[in-house]
Write a protein that binds this ligand. Structure first.
Ligand SMILES: *Cc1c(COP(=O)(O)O)cnc(C)c1O
Length: 231
């Protein structure tokens, strides 16, 4: 079942990309395995899926130990600075850096571990009180400061727009994230990055996000099924 779902999503990603003259290879699929047991990760991995997303730090830490070694983990949940140490040691990318305090904590722990890490800035593109992330208007200032931290490499932006029943209503938010990334790139604030990553789109709206430039889509339910507990 998981293998079929992954194949279906990959086909949908490719078809959408081609429709808007993009290369399917430019879009990475993060399989969001949060609240599913590690066996599901192993099953998806056997079906060729290497990239996984988790949003609880201790859960990721346990699954990282039990998952196939070549599985790649993106952290996509809210990260508190006091958990930066585990995150620095455990995952391959943090998509949710939303403040300088967290950036500095990560930088310090990465220094101790003698490694560097790719991160994204989470932008609260809809100015939604219920959503995490830095405000659009504060993103430039944060990026400038994060760019001074040698152990993290800011590769792009991530967002989670306000929930909309109709995915078409998410389109303006995805457009705004792309425009924001383009403006920051024009100001040379992504100097080491040829094309900034845009992590946007989930099970219900990833096709719209791809039409608007997503380079990373985060898909959970459509691969693994309904999660048992709600957030
Ligand atoms: C859970 C989650 C997803 C996946 O959502 P689905 O609707 O299950 O595809 C994507 N991004 C983030 C940040 C999440 O927490």
């Amino acid at each position: 079942m998981i293998a079929e779902n992954i194949q279906r999503i990959k086909n949908q990603i490719a078809n959408t990309a081609i429709k808007v003259n993009r290369s399917p290879d430019d879009i990475k699929l993060v399989a969001v395995s949060k609240r599913f047991p590690v066996e599901k990760i192993t099953e998806a991995h056997a079906a060729g899926q290497t990239l996984f997303g988790e949003n609880y730090i201790q859960e990721m830490q346990i699954k990282r130990q039990q998952a196939p070694p070549s599985a790649i983990f993106h952290f996509i949940g809210h990260l508190q600075s006091n958990k930066a140490k585990i995150a620095a040691a455990t995952c391959d990318m943090i998509e949710t850096v939303d403040g300088l305090k967290l950036g500095k904590a990560l930088n310090n722990h990465l220094q101790t571990l003698d490694k560097t890490m790719d991160v994204l800035i989470q932008v609260n593109i809809g100015n939604d009180a219920k959503k995490a992330g830095v405000k659009s208007s504060d993103t430039e200032e944060l990026l400038i400061k994060l760019n001074d931290l040698p152990r993290i490499r800011v590769c792009g932006l991530m967002t989670m727009p306000p929930f909309e029943e109709d995915p078409e209503l998410s389109r303006p938010y995805f457009q705004n994230l792309r425009l924001l990334a383009e403006r920051l790139k024009e100001k040379d604030l992504f100097s080491a990055i040829e094309k900034p990553e845009l992590s946007m789109g989930m099970s219900g709206d990833f096709h719209i996000a791809i039409e608007e430039g997503a380079t990373i889509v985060r898909v959970g339910t459509a691969i693994f099924g309904e999660r048992l507990l709600t957030e």
